[in-house]
Design a protein. Structure first.
Length: 199
C-alpha cells in the first residue's frame, strides 16, 4: 500500500482535497465518503483520512479525476473552518445548541459572526497608501468608521460585519436585533442593478 501526497483548502461549507495521482484511470479510482471518514483507492495507492475533523455529507460530496490530480470535494454538515483534515476531537455537531422544539431535519447551523469578524480582521494586513492609493480614502471617514467599530459592543460589531458581508458591501447596519433575524439583502445605489457575482 502506498500513501499518496495530498493537500487541501477549505471554505465555510466545503473542503477541497487534491490527491496527486498523475495519470489516474477514472475506471480504477474509488472514493468512498462516510460521515467521519474518506477513503481513496487506485490500485496499490491508497489514502484514508479518519477521523475527519467534523461530519461530512456523503451525498453532497463528489470527486473529479484529472490528468495530474484527483480533486475531491467534501461537503461539511456544519459550516466553519476545520484548520486540519483529521483530528480525534469531539464531533462539533454533537454539541450544537438547537431549540428543543426543532425537529432534527430542521436544524440549521448558525454562523459564528464574532469568530468570522475576528478571523477577517486578524488575517488582513494593513494596506499602506504606497501599496494602494485608495487605502487612505477620506481619512476622516476612515477614522470615523474605525472608531465606530472599535468602540462598539459585540452585538454591534456582529451586526456591522454580517450586514456588510451578506449585502455585498452595500449595507452597513449596527442593529443586531434587526440583522440577526435573517439574511441582509443587497441594496445597490439608485439607478444601479443588483447582480450576483458571476451571474
Amino acid at each position: 500500500m502506498t500513501n499518496i501526497r495530498h493537500e487541501f483548502y477549505e471554505t465555510e461549507d466545503k473542503v477541497i482535497i487534491s490527491v496527486f495521482d498523475k495519470g489516474a484511470d477514472p475506471e480504477q479510482v474509488s472514493v468512498k465518503f462516510e460521515p467521519r471518514k474518506l477513503s481513496y483507492k487506485n490500485g496499490e495507492k491508497e489514502l484514508v483520512l479518519e477521523p475527519l475533523r467534523s461530519q461530512i455529507d456523503p451525498e453532497a460530496s463528489s470527486y473529479t479525476v484529472g490528468k495530474v490530480k484527483v480533486e475531491i470535494r467534501v461537503a461539511k454538515i456544519a459550516q466553519g473552518r476545520w484548520g486540519q483534515l483529521t483530528g480525534d476531537t469531539p464531533d462539533p455537531l454533537a454539541s450544537y445548541a438547537t431549540p428543543a422544539s426543532a425537529p432534527a431535519a430542521a436544524r440549521k447551523p448558525q454562523k459564528n459572526w464574532e469568530g468570522i469578524t475576528t478571523a477577517i480582521l486578524g488575517s488582513e494586513p494593513e494596506t499602506s497608501l504606497d501599496q494602494d492609493p485608495n487605502a487612505g480614502g477620506d481619512t476622516a471617514v476612515n477614522s470615523f468608521f474605525q472608531k465606530l467599530y472599535g468602540d462598539a459592543d459585540e452585538d454591534t460589531k456582529r451586526a456591522m460585519m454580517k450586514s456588510y458581508v451578506e449585502s455585498g458591501g452595500t449595507t452597513l447596519s449596527t442593529n443586531w436585533d434587526e440583522v440577526g433575524k435573517g439574511k441582509v439583502d443587497g441594496k445597490p445605489p439608485q439607478g444601479s442593478e443588483w447582480k450576483k457575482w458571476g451571474a
